[in-house]
Design a protein around this ligand. Structure first.
Ligand SMILES: Cc1cc2nc3c(=O)[nH]c(=O)nc-3n(C[C@H](O)[C@H](O)[C@H](O)COP(=O)(O)OP(=O)(O)OC[C@H]3O[C@@H](n4cnc5c(N)ncnc54)[C@H](O)[C@@H]3O)c2cc1C
Length: 423
């Protein structure tokens, strides 16, 4: 195990300031791949890196490699709108995401890396009597699970979010809202870097520019390693966490997944003075808005609606999301959009993820994160590491099996049916 280098602290900052900040060691190593590892994780996004971190930290597996075809955090981890919450209705989701939220609450201290987790409240607005009833049901379920939740009437909402258009004559009048005060946002790059540094410090090899192009199999069909652009690498345990590329990579092992790849966009405005200190999202209008620490207004919405691996979005979606956001926040109508981007989303048929074993011995899969994978990052890594290390799922991910679709045991949070675009 490599020595812990440069523990970040106030005394370290002072010490390095005296030497002109020239002696900081690199946060991670850039090793050459070894011929064999005890476990390989494919995908250097937040989930793959968190998996490696918890494999080393909690299960003592340090002869581990993370193989990333580009650079760490360059996928959806570095492209999302960073909303973290655990206010889910269905039990498997609620307990899993609440575990994740608890890990988020201690993550900066655990990683010795500031992931800038800001618990500023996530507020979901309701626009119809039906939505009010469904939201009240979710509120009651959350209270029963012991998860924090508040129901805000219009007066409370006006106090909490003064710039929100609460006019009765609005196109989609707001009737009330569900708030999760412990929800919030985090710095997405820092999550990837923090987990990478924590894993590297424990001896994990993080190998970038190394694409997995195939799987090696034994005579009995068991996975014995991977083929990569930097040569073959042997291991009896391979975990795949490649988000939007799940269908392609698992296809290399001959598996067809109940997952489609879709585009999801986000965009930010020019920076303005602080006016919004909560995250607001609306299911009826389908957009979510927050203000970044730099002052930019950050917006996201629904999928573009067609299958793609392109990391660019199209104009109609930008138009639709902007129009809806201006309706609710008229004060942003004259802002200029500064940047726009998209990520490739791994959409399952019921909107919930898959974390577990596959029918191929030695091959494990983590994916199908739909809109919700960033908030899941710590718990996903935690559960996937447990599954890879022990060969069995943890109770928290026991329901997220691949075979649930064949057993009609779907976890359909939205009740939208088998339509990945609708979740
Ligand atoms: C615009 C947008 C907004 C979002 N907003 C939110 C939000 O507010 N809250 C939330 O919880 N979630 C949100 N998400 C979802 C969230 O970002 C993802 O679910 C999560 O980041 C997925 O993390 P990951 O590690 O699984 O995937 P990624 O970060 O995509 O990592 C997968 C990695 O695998 C690598 N890879 C692919 N193929 C190979 C190969 N053959 N060999 C080696 N490596 C390979 C990729 O290069 C990539 O780096 C959003 C996503 C987008 C795009």
């Amino acid at each position: 195990m490599s020595a812990f280098r440069d523990r970040y602290s106030f005394p370290a900052l002072v010490r390095h300031a005296i030497s002109g900040h020239k002696r900081w060691k690199p946060a991670i190593r850039h090793p050459e791949p070894k011929p064999r590892y005890d476990a390989i994780v494919v995908g250097g996004g937040g989930h793959g890196l968190a998996t490696a971190y918890y494999l080393a930290k909690l299960h003592g597996l340090t002869n581990v490699a993370v193989l990333e075809r580009g650079w760490i955090g360059g996928g959806n981890t570095g492209r999302n709108t960073t909303i973290v919450r655990s206010n889910y209705l269905l039990e498997p989701n609620a307990h899993f995401y609440e575990h994740s939220l608890k890990l988020w609450e201690g993550l900066s201290a655990d990683l010795n890396f500031n992931v800038m987790f800001s618990q500023r409240s996530v507020i979901n607005t309701c626009h119809t009597p039906g939505e009010m009833e469904a939201t009240m049901r979710r509120y009651n379920a959350l209270r029963l699970y012991g998860i924090d939740a508040e129901f805000l009437d219009r007066a409370a909402l006006a106090r909490r979010v003064p710039d929100m258009n609460l006019g009765r004559d609005a196109r989609w009048p707001i009737l009330g809202a569900l708030s999760q005060p412990r929800g919030g946002v985090a710095r997405h790059d820092a999550v990837a870097w923090g987990f990478a540094r924590g894993a590297d410090n424990r001896g994990v090899d993080i190998i970038q520019n190394c694409e997995v192009t195939g799987f090696q199999r034994g005579a009995d069909g068991r996975v014995t390693g991977v083929l990569t652009t930097r040569g073959p690498i042997a291991s009896d345990k391979v975990g795949v966490a490649v988000a939007g590329h799940s269908g392609h990579v698992m296809g290399l092992a001959g598996m067809r997944l109940p997952i489609e790849s879709h585009l999801l966009q986000a965009f930010v405005s020019e920076p303005v003075k602080p006016f919004l200190d909560v995250v607001v999202s609306t299911g009826a209008l389908h957009f979510y808005i927050s203000q970044t620490d730099k002052g930019e207004v950050l917006l996201g919405g629904g999928l573009d609606g067609y299958n793609s691996y392109g990391q660019r979005g199209t104009m109609p979606n930008i138009h639709e999301v902007t129009a809806a956001a201006i309706e609710m926040f008229p004060n942003i109508s004259r802002l200029k959009w500064m940047r726009q981007w998209a990520g490739v989303m791994d959409m399952t048929m019921d909107g919930s993820p898959i974390i577990g074993k596959t029918p191929i011995p030695g091959l494990f899969f983590d994916g199908g994160w739909c809109y919700g994978g960033f908030k899941a990052t710590p718990a996903s890594g935690w559960c996937f590491a447990h599954t890879i290390a022990t060969g069995e799922p943890h109770p928290l991910n026991a329901a997220f099996t691949l075979d649930r679709f064949g057993r009609s045991a779907v976890i359909d949070e939205k009740g939208a049916g088998p339509y990945p675009k609708a979740h």
